[in-house]
Design a protein around this ligand. Structure first.
Ligand code: FAD
Length: 415
C-alpha cells in the first residue's frame, strides 16, 4: 500500500522484499478469508488499539475503512461486512485481495524486487540517503547497483520501513525493521507476542480439549487485580486456551507472566445469567428432572463434556441423581459455571502470535505523516510501529492506513 500510494503520486519507487514473494502474511489472514477491516466508527475503532489509539487516529481518519473498501472495490474485489463490523472480500479470499494489491502497485510503476533483505538504513546528518540490501543472486532492477560485496545500495530521498513485527516469522516478519530503526537512534519498545494462545494448567483440560464455546466471558487476573475482560469465543486446546476472547486479552497475560506474577483466567460460561438466576434455573431443572443424572440436566444448557467437567470440578459426582443434590453442591456447581479458574502458565511463541506488541516508539514518529522525528525522509508503516489491536480487522486497517499515509507523505515530501 505504501509503495503503491507513493508511486501513484508520482514517486519513483522500489519495493525491496526479503522473501521470494510479497504479502505472504496477508495471504494467510483470517484463516485465508482475510478480515481486511472493521467498519466501527472512528472513536470506537481506535479504542481497540489501547494506548496507541491516539497515535493511529489521524491515519485512520485520513484513510478509513470505507476508503479501504472503496479502494478494493475499484480493484475488482468487493468487500462485505459481517458480524461485529468485520469486513471480508465477498468473493474469493485473502489470495484474491493480495493479488489485486500486488497488481495495483505494479501498475502504479513500483519496481518490486524480491529476495532482497534490507540490512541497514543509510543516513547522514539526520537525513535518509537510502538502504543497503543483501543480495544472494543477481536480479534485474535498475535501482539495485552492483557492488563487489553482496551488499547493494538503493539510494533514495525517502525510505518507508514496513517490515512488520516478529510474529509468524515464516512469512518474513522477523523484527528486522526494529533493528534497523534502533541503529539510527530510534527507541524500540520490546517486542512481545500478542493475540497469542495461552498455556493453562488444569486437571480437566484433557476432557475439554477441542471444545469451542461462543459467548463466554474471560477475566484475566494478575495477582489479585483484574487486568482485562473479554466476551466472545473461547477454544480449549491440548495446551490451554485460544479463540478471539482469549487472544484479545493475551497481551496482558504475556506482560504478567514476564513480570513473574500469578496470572489466572476466570471463565464465566454463562455470562447472560447472574449467580441468582443460575441458582434458580438449576433448582427448577433439578426439581423437574429429579431422576436424571445431574450431568444430563446440565447438558441442557452447556455442552455435555463441559457439563461433566464442571460438575467434577465442583466436587460432585456427575452421575448423581438431580434430586439428591444438596444445596451446598448446587452452589458449588453454580460457582464453577460462573467462575472456572485456570492458572495461566505461559503463552505460545511468536510463531503462533497473530501480531506483535512493541516496536518503534511512537513518541519518535509524527502521527500526521508517519515520518521519523529523528531522521528526515524516514517513514514507518504497519506493525513495525508499537501498535497492535484486537482481532476483528483492526490490525490490517492500521497497516493499510499507516501505509497509505506514509506513501503520501514520502512522495509529497510532507513532514
Ligand atoms: C495467521 C494470521 C492471521 C491474521 N489475520 C488477520 C485478519 O484477519 N485481520 C487483521 O486485521 N489482521 C490479521 N493478522 C495481522 C496482520 O496480518 C498484520 O497486522 C499485518 O500483516 C501487518 O502488516 P505489515 O505490512 O506491517 O507487516 P507484514 O504483513 O508482516 O509484512 C512485512 C513484510 O516485510 C518483509 N520484510 C521483513 N523484513 C524485511 C527486510 N529486512 N527486508 C525486506 N523485507 C522485509 C516481510 O517479508 C513481509 O513481506 C493476522 C496475522 C496472522 C499471523
Amino acid at each position: 500500500m505504501a509503495a503503491g500510494r507513493a508511486a501513484e503520486l508520482g514517486g519513483s519507487v522500489t519495493l525491496a522484499e526479503k522473501m521470494s514473494s510479497t504479502a505472504r502474511k496477508l495471504r494467510i489472514t483470517g484463516g485465508g478469508r482475510c478480515n481486511v477491516t472493521n467498519v466501527a466508527m472512528l472513536n470506537d475503532f481506535i479504542l481497540h488499539f489501547g494506548a496507541s489509539g491516539k497515535f493511529i487516529r489521524h491515519a485512520i481518519a485520513r484513510f478509513s475503512s470505507q476508503d479501504l473498501i472503496s479502494f478494493f472495490k475499484k480493484l475488482g474485489v468487493p468487500i462485505v461486512v459481517e458480524a461485529d463490523g468485520r469486513a471480508y472480500p465477498s468473493r474469493g479470499s485473502a489470495e484474491t485481495l493480495a493479488r489485486a494489491l500486488e497488481h495495483w502497485s505494479r501498475t502504479q510503476g513500483v519496481d518490486v524486487v524480491t529476495g532482497f533483505p534490507a540490512r541497514r538504513l543509510i543516513e547522514r546528518d539526520g537525513r535518509i540517503e537510502g538502504i543497503a540490501v543483501q543480495t544472494y543472486s543477481a536480479r534485474n532492477s535498475s535501482a539495485v547497483q552492483s557492488a563487489a560485496s553482496s551488499e547493494h545500495v538503493i539510494q533514495a530521498d525517502a525510505v518507508i520501513l514496513a517490515t512488520g513485527g516478529a510474529s509468524y516469522p515464516a512469512t518474513g516478519s522477523t523484527g528486522d525493521g526494529c533493528t534497523m530503526a534502533k541503529r539510527v537512534g530510534h527507541r524500540v519498545v520490546p517486542l512481545r507476542p500478542a493475540l497469542v494462545p495461552l498455556l493453562a494448567r488444569c486437571k480437566t483440560l484433557s476432557q475439554l480439549q477441542g471444545l469451542s464455546l461462543e459467548n463466554v466471558e474471560v477475566t484475566l487476573v494478575e495477582g489479585d487485580r483484574r487486568v482485562a475482560q473479554e466476551r466472545g469465543e473461547l477454544i480449549f486446546a491440548h495446551f490451554g486456551i485460544s479463540g478471539p476472547a482469549v487472544l484479545n486479552i493475551s497481551r496482558y497475560a504475556v506482560i504478567g507472566i514476564e513480570r513473574g506474577s500469578s496470572v489466572k483466567a476466570h471463565i464465566d460460561f454463562l455470562p447472560e445469567q447472574s449467580d441468582d438466576q443460575l441458582t434458580t434455573l438449576l433448582l427448577d431443572q433439578f426439581n423437574a428432572h429429579g431422576n436424571k443424572m445431574v450431568r444430563s440436566v446440565l447438558s441442557g444448557f452447556l455442552p455435555a463434556r463441559l457439563a461433566t467437567a464442571l460438575i467434577s470440578t465442583a466436587g460432585v459426582d456427575p452421575d448423581k441423581k438431580a434430586n439428591q443434590i444438596m444445596s451446598r453442591e448446587r452452589r458449588s456447581i453454580v460457582r464453577c459455571c460462573k467462575e472456572f479458574v485456570l492458572e495461566i502458565s505461559g503463552h505460545r511463541s511468536f510463531r503462533e502470535a497473530m501480531v506483535t506488541s512493541g516496536g518503534v516508539d511512537l513518541s519518535e514518529v509524527n502521527p500526521l505523516t508517519m515520518e521519523s522525528k529523528l531522521v528526515r525522509g524516514l517513514y514507518f508503516a504497519g506493525e513495525v510501529l508499537d501498535i497492535d489491536a484486537d482481532t476483528g480487522g483492526f490490525n490490517l486497517q492500521a497497516a493499510f492506513s499507516t501505509g497509505w499515509l506514509a506513501g503520501t507523505s514520502a512522495s509529497t515530501g510532507s513532514s
